[in-house]
Ligand binder design. Structure first.
Ligand code: NAD
Length: 507
């Protein structure tokens, strides 16, 4: 059989879609991206700019029929895409990464407008990582290797890796572009076609970035639907032509998505919540600890990160110095207009999310012996709506079974607990239904090695709190999820199936 074209130069030279954020808001108003075209949805949902409180635009509210059209487009595109040489698929994905990099500034602005995250501290970096993920996976096409297995000298026994088919990729709002690329880049390079379900709260940057990527792919290989979880998301997870579901979002929705996958017996990857411990030993370097707690808590993302170091266990000897130093540092963060270059911290995504965070803080305030410390000044600019801005908040002195200690708050609120006994603090750190990430801070190598072995989390770091790296697998234990993202392993294990082939030499 002749090999399919190895390179389509026209595709590789595809001109990118240069749109200002304002033009993008018009272009993507009320649309899904289906079969390579923007398709106006029959219904829409308002999307608010959380910093101003004003309506930014309208997201498509895809129903079951529109979702079905996206799956049908992905299904129709599957065979042709899967049959392309894997390296060529990779080259297109890498080229899309470079094109996304060239458009990064405008998309970062759009992202800041819809999520309330600060442009300088968050959104630009998100675009850099998103483009890098496409380039990283784009280079891995030839790594979709099988094995040969010693079995019988008169037989050739081997395994191959095949794409699964149509992948449904469901996204949350907090880091939509990085999370989209963590799913679509390995899925596409492995030969799958994809339907992305954008977050109804932050759909526009997702659509713009996806349209750039789709421009490097045959029609229908990458589609995006927007809408609610209960209508669009549920239609996607129940769809008989969806061969794999990859979901990032809340624990509650993750359970429903997992059940929908179980009903049809299709593989499901879940990246859910977390309540990650940060253990600070008495011998730790306090400068690194304070900087690590601020970056680990993602205070510049308003604490809206699954990996938040949101339970900080500080040795009693360092507690007073730690509280003083971190309070001082947090008070220097500028809270304000996400688009302003001076701003470090933007807004909470929505009134619903803010109300949830406020409920947790109120519970702490009602607790005897608890200290609630807010740092920094709220913005006074009359152009901004004050509703969703929030100061970085530390809560100390809570009992270990308090909801602020046990549950994910997903806001700029960290609990700080004191400890004296090492075995006890390891036990407290592990006493959680989650197991996404953990860090330990010590200058003693034996303590570091012991803690990394005993901490029950999928991503454990020592003396640092880095975010996701493209080549390092990432994923939680327990109710933080199932499966890994990032790395070659994620592409091979989660976006392909293994076929075993046994051939006799005796014909
Ligand atoms: P969410 O669960 O409300 O929504 C996530 C996505 O799922 C949205 O697109 C939503 O429309 C969709 N959805 C909701 N119900 C659905 C259903 N029944 N069927 C199909 N789809 C459905 O989460 P969110 O509020 O957007 O995001 C915040 C959550 O995401 C937090 O809990 C956070 O920890 C988690 N998160 C986890 C990671 C990780 O890597 N572990 C990363 C980022 C965010």
């Amino acid at each position: 059989m002749p090999q399919r074209s190895t390179e389509d130069e026209t595709m590789m030279e595809h001109t990118t879609i240069s749109l200002t954020p304002e033009a993008a808001l018009k272009a993507y108003d009320g649309v899904n991206l289906i079969g390579g075209a923007r398709k106006t949805s029959a219904a829409t949902l308002a999307v608010t700019n959380p910093a101003t409180g004003k309506t930014l635009g309208r997201a498509a509210a895809a129903d079951a029929a529109e979702t079905d059209a996206a799956v049908a487009a992905a299904k129709a595109a599957f065979r042709g895409w899967a049959d392309l040489p894997a390296r060529d698929r990779g080259k297109r994905v890498a080229a899309a990464g470079r094109a996304l990099g060239a458009e990064a500034e405008t998309i970062a602005r759009l992202l800041a407008m819809e999520t309330g995250k600060a442009l300088r501290t968050e959104c630009r970096g998100e675009l850099t990582v998103a483009a890098d993920l496409l380039e990283f996976y784009g280079g891995l096409g030839s790594e979709l290797k099988g094995e040969t297995v010693p079995y019988n000298p008169r037989m050739l026994t081997m395994t191959t890796r095949e794409p699964l088919g149509v992948v449904a990729a469901i996204l949350p709002w907090n880091v939509p572009l990085v999370l989209m690329m963590l799913k679509i880049a390995p899925a596409l390079v492995a030969g799958n076609t994809v339907v992305v379900k954008a977050s109804e709260e932050a759909p526009f940057a997702t659509l713009q970035a996806a349209e750039i990527v789709a421009g490097f792919l045959p029609e229908g290989v990458l589609n995006v639907v927007c809408g609610t979880g209960v209508e669009c998301g549920a239609a996607l997870t129940a769809h008989p032509d969806v061969a794999k579901i990859t979901f990032t979002g809340s624990e509650a929705a993750g359970e429903i998505v997992y059940a929908a996958g179980a009903k049809r017996i299709v593989p499901v990857s879940l990246e859910l919540g977390g309540k990650s411990p940060m253990i600070v030993c008495a011998d730790a370097n306090l400068d690194r600890v304070v900087a690590g707690a601020i970056s680990g808590m993602r205070f510049t993302r308003q604490g809206q990160s699954c990996t938040d170091a949101s339970r900080i266990y500080v040795h009693a000897d360092l507690m007073e110095a730690f509280m003083a130093r971190i309070g001082e540092e947090l008070s220097t963060l500028v809270i304000g207009d996400p688009l302003d270059e001076a701003t470090d911290v933007g807004t909470i995504i929505s009134a619903r999310q803010k109300a949830t965070i406020d409920r947790f803080v109120a519970l702490a305030e009602e607790t005897e012996g608890a200290q609630v410390i807010r740092s920094g000044a709220l913005p006074t600019d009359p152009a901004l709506s004050p509703d969703l801005f929030m100061q970085p908040t530390l809560i100390a002195g809570l009992p270990e079974d308090h909801p602020c200690v046990t549950d994910e708050i997903f806001g700029p609120v960290a609990v700080v607990q004191s400890w004296t006994d090492y075995d006890d603090v390891i036990a407290r750190a592990n006493d959680s239904r989650y197991g996404l990430a953990a860090t330990v801070w010590t200058t003693n190598i034996a303590t570091a090695l012991d803690a990394t072995a005993r901490l029950e989390a999928g991503y454990v770091q020592v003396n640092q709190n880095l975010t996701i790296q493209p080549n390092v697998s990432y994923g939680g234990f327990g109710r933080s999820g199932l499966g890994k993202e990032a790395s070659l392993e994620a592409m091979v294990e989660h976006f392909t199936r293994k076929k075993t082939i046994v051939m006799s030499f005796d014909a």
